[in-house]
Design a protein around this ligand. Structure first.
Ligand code: UDP
Ligand code: MG
Length: 202
């Protein structure tokens, strides 16, 4: 992004190279730090705060992928103000799924859940931000879409518990376990979003 900004500024400078005064007035609206290629002070070191760095795992399940809902689901998390730090598409193995849903293995619906979750590709994401686990659960809505409120992902996009479109971790500890299961450390990106100071006092 900074590279892009520098290119734009350079181009403006080239265009107005014959007129120093115009160039100066044109660029006066941009911060010196940006012109010099530095990040604004407000963007530095903010991700070192633990509550701002809370992470959760969100999975668009096979029905969500089949129904082309991936973009709309990502948009909701972006729009809310969370930061995407990991993203990939994969066909989940039964082995990974049995670890992911280890507490549900004895449930009567477990075989149909495995069949559903392995029926096609899923899109797995890690989202980061203040109280992201709790907020994501609210955004995703009740497990049973018939009871999910309108405005939640499940309440807006699904009707039956057997096809409820999305998964979100239910506790910070659960999120940590699930993230380690689905992602290698190097697949998660530690980056500073300049929107962060607009979404949270840090
Ligand atoms: N599930 C199901 N039937 C049920 C309960 C759950 O098929 O009666 C599936 C559903 O896909 C759900 C998943 O199992 O999302 C995991 O269940 P959990 O209770 O953990 O709900 P969640 O955390 O996804 O809301
Ligand atoms: Mg659950």
């Amino acid at each position: 992004m900074v590279m892009l900004q520098r290119c734009v500024f350079k181009r403006i400078q080239q265009l107005y190279s014959g007129n120093q005064a115009s160039t100066k007035s044109l660029l006066s609206g941009f911060s010196t730090a940006l012109l010099q290629g530095h990040r604004p002070a407000a963007c530095r070191n903010i991700s070192s705060l633990p509550d701002v760095k809370e992470k959760t795992l969100v999975v668009v399940k096979p029905d969500g992928v089949q129904r082309s809902l991936v973009g709309q689901i990502i948009q909701r998390f972006e729009q809310r103000g969370f930061k995407l730090v990991g993203l990939k598409m994969l066909q989940v193995s039964e082995d990974l799924l049995s670890q992911h849903y280890c507490q549900l293995r004895t449930k009567p619906f477990y075989p149909t859940l495995v069949h559903y979750m392995t029926s096609g590709p899923v899109v797995v994401m890690v989202w980061e931000g203040y109280k992201v686990v709790e907020t994501s659960r609210m955004m995703v809505g009740h497990t049973n879409p018939a009871e999910a409120q309108a405005g939640t992902v499940r309440g807006d996009f699904s009707i039956h518990v057997s096809r409820n479109v999305v998964h979100a971790s239910d506790s910070p500890e659960g999120a940590q376990r699930e993230i380690q299961l689905w992602f290698e450390g190097k697949e998660l990106l530690n980056w500073d979003s300049c929107y962060q100071t607009s979404t949270c006092e840090v």
